[in-house]
Design a protein around this ligand. Structure first.
Ligand SMILES: C[S@@+](CC[C@H](N)C(=O)[O-])C[C@H]1O[C@@H](n2cnc3c(N)ncnc32)[C@H](O)[C@@H]1O
Length: 229
């Protein structure tokens, strides 16, 4: 299945059928991107932005692999899913295997708070298949932790992503102050916001302190470009 023969409804069904965190770990702020939002994101990135074909997609904080699987099905050359949590990665690998995407997806365990992403990527880079390492080839997609448990975790993900990518897509809850803050952070990181794609995210009851079965929240997908001299 490629971007050219997969309907949005089919992608949604596939993502809905994936296994998810069991149980989610609050210290890593684990929650999944719902299937409809995942499909909206990848139809935007793949068709409107043309950012999947001939690209290696890096999914930072891939969790159980919703975004990783969608990128692989929507036409990325290869997808690297990276997460700190070996339990989440084991489920991600199961999901990848069940869809026979093993040859298109690699899973890496690493802590973005502790390790340099350039080093992580250079030791996993397959030059024989992908050519010399170049940020030009890499598009990063991330739904980072909100930064509630580890302050500034979302900014660390962005900083790391910008070291190795030509384009970064990052998902954040939408509110005007958040937009100002992120715009400022992104320019401090030597990059600029190219566009903001508004989304409506469904947050399912994940932790004991969530009072509702599910909640709809507005979110922004940022397309971020490093500044070139
Ligand atoms: C909000 S979840 C997103 C999961 C998945 N990408 C999705 O959208 O459905 C954030 C993910 O970041 C991972 N994470 C948290 N801290 C991390 C770190 N320091 N290094 C790498 N991954 C981390 C968590 O384990 C979790 O899977």
């Amino acid at each position: 299945m490629t971007a050219y023969n997969l309907k949005k409804s089919e992608l949604i069904n596939i993502i809905q059928g994936l296994k998810t965190f069991n149980p989610p770990k609050i210290r890593y702020e684990q929650y999944i991107t719902d299937a409809i939002t995942t499909a909206d994101i990848f139809f935007h990135i793949g068709f409107e932005q043309q950012d999947l074909e001939n690209r290696i997609v890096l999914d930072l904080g891939c969790g159980t692999g919703n975004l990783t699987v969608a990128a692989a099905l929507m036409g990325a050359d290869h997808v690297i899913g990276l997460d700190v949590d070996p339990d989440a990665l084991a489920i991600c690998k199961e999901n990848v295997k069940s869809l026979e995407l093993d040859t298109k997806v690699s899973c890496i365990q690493a802590d973005l708070q502790k390790e340099d992403l350039r080093e992580i990527i250079s030791r996993s880079w397959r030059s024989d298949d992908w050519g010399e390492f170049s940020p030009e080839t890499i598009v990063t997609v991330t739904n980072p932790p909100f930064g509630v448990k580890v302050r500034g975790a979302d900014t660390i993900f962005l900083k790391q992503a910008l070291k190795v990518s030509s384009v970064v897509y990052s998902l954040h809850l939408a509110h005007p102050k958040g937009r100002d803050f992120l715009n400022q952070k992104i320019s401090q990181l030597g990059a600029r916001v190219d566009l903001i794609f508004p989304l409506s995210l469904v947050l399912k009851h994940t932790y004991h302190f969530h009072s509702k079965k599910q909640k709809r929240v507005t979110a922004d997908l940022y397309r971020i470009l490093p500044l070139t001299e």
